[in-house]
Design a protein around this ligand. Structure first.
Ligand SMILES: [Zn+2]
Ligand SMILES: [Zn+2]
Length: 441
């Protein structure tokens, strides 16, 4: 696997980049190649803050609600959305570089603080318009609704990202490419995304005067609400001023009920990511008349024939304030099993990103053993052991190699309803033990 040189961020930078507190001096680069992979290196800081939120939540009786099923779905979506960028440059950056190379009218200096701040504002305004269109055009909403599908609101919700969103967001940053060098853009497109992590929390109530300028947890809670007063409001990335300027701002008032107006009630990752596309297709064919068909695609998700462009707010289900999130019962043993497996996979994922082991094969394998249907759980476990044996995956800490193999032997408790499955499970345990023996010898 090819390893690409990566510029590592320091711990101080790792923390500050999450709050948009980096300075132009330490984050200006002459070329795109020198720009650190800030987002890819953020995983440990994400995990650290998520753990802090859980602990503080336990200490407060009215702290945030975090459920393991929702938590794992959100993190899975986050990981899935970053995978394409392991094998190719992001579409946002590729399109930007193309426009800069062919159509730029000005060449602002990459090492000027003025350029840095202009890019900060430009990217943030570009994000506002992208985000607004993502809510107001049904075919863009098909991608963005993934981010809104959690009925909880905590830091893990921030990571619930769409795989397909990157195929539309790039358009909105192209005006900047007429004058701002790609290396400056490549920094800010990452900082803009990273800032939006910490605002997904119920722990921070109100930030006083900062609420006037910044997008805050309070403003973004409204954005995630399905109460009528929350619909199509507060699209900001870092600065809330865009919503105030363009008439989409509303402050937090009634208790916010989170999620989609029609909850999807599933934690199945493929459904969460892609369900809306067949639904859109079905609505397109069911609707009579070519003009109505086009409106289904290009008007708001709530539009129906005869209604205003963004639909009628009176059509959405009423909120009582007593809504309970989807939370089916599952055994503590299964929860423990899934949690342990998931933690091990985060380690593998982090390994992929940190060392940029960019080969299509590694990404393919990651998808294989991460997003396997549950019926093939045994095969997934055997594959992980095999990949580790043959050196395709290497845990950061060597001891984890042993732990991964041992953990796979606990698959016996996963499901033992039929003999065929049990046989495969025993085979899996045998393989893991054999692999462990070879490891020790
Ligand atoms: Zn949104
Ligand atoms: Zn959000």
């Amino acid at each position: 696997m090819a390893r690409v040189e990566v510029t590592n961020v320091t711990v101080s930078q790792g923390v500050r980049m999450l709050f948009s507190l980096m300075t132009p001096n330490e984050s200006s680069f002459a070329t795109v190649r020198e720009v650190p992979t800030y987002v890819n290196q953020a995983t440990p800081y994400f995990i650290g803050l998520i753990l802090l939120e859980i602990v503080l939540g336990w200490l407060k009786t009215d702290g945030p609600r975090i459920k393991i099923n929702d938590f794992i779905t959100s993190l899975s979506a986050g990981m899935m959305s970053r995978l394409p960028q392991l094998v190719m440059r992001s579409l946002e950056l590729s399109a930007y570089i193309y426009v800069w190379n062919n159509f730029r009218v000005l060449e602002l200096p990459w090492d000027s603080a003025w350029t840095w701040w202009l890019a900060f504002l430009g990217v943030d305004m570009g994000y506002y318009w992208f985000h607004r269109f993502a809510h107001e055009l049904n075919f863009l909403w098909a991608a963005h609704q993934v981010h809104h599908s959690s009925e909880y609101y905590n830091l893990s919700t921030a990571l619930r990202q769409s795989v397909t969103q990157q195929f539309s967001s790039w358009v909105f940053y192209l005006p900047l490419a007429l004058m701002v060098p790609p290396s400056v853009f490549a920094v800010h497109i990452q900082f803009n995304l990273l800032y939006q992590f910490w605002i997904h929390t119920e722990l921070v109530k109100n930030l006083g005067p900062l609420e006037w300028i910044l997008n805050t947890p309070s403003h973004h809670r409204v954005h995630h609400g399905r109460n009528p007063y929350c619909i199509d409001k507060n699209y900001a990335g870092i600065l809330i001023i865009w919503d105030r300027m363009f008439g989409t701002f509303t402050p937090e008032s009634d208790k916010v009920i989170y999620g989609l107006t029609h909850p999807i009630s599933t934690f199945e990752i493929w459904t969460v990511e892609f369900l809306y596309y067949p639904y859109l297709w079905q609505r397109f064919w069911e609707t009579e008349g070519i003009s109505n068909k086009l409106s289904i695609i290009f008007k708001g998700p709530g539009w129906t024939p005869g209604k205003p462009r963004l639909g009628d707010i009176a059509d959405i289900p009423q909120i009582t304030g007593e809504e309970m999130p989807h939370d089916p019962a599952w055994s503590p043993a299964m929860q423990a099993y899934v949690f342990v497996q998931f933690m091990l996979l985060i380690d593998v994922y982090n390994n992929l990103l940190m060392y940029q082991m960019v080969s299509t094969v590694s990404v393919f394998f990651f998808i294989l053993f991460f997003y396997f249907p549950s019926e093939l759980e045994m095969l997934r476990c055997v594959l992980i052991v095999a990949l580790q044996r043959f050196g395709y995956i290497k845990p950061l800490v060597p001891l984890l190699a042993f732990l991964i193999e041992v953990s796979l032997t606990d698959t016996l408790m996963y499901d033992s309803r039929c003999m065929a499955q049990l046989t495969i499970k025993l085979l899996c345990v045998f393989l893991a033990l054999a692999a462990w023996a070879v490891h020790l010898s």
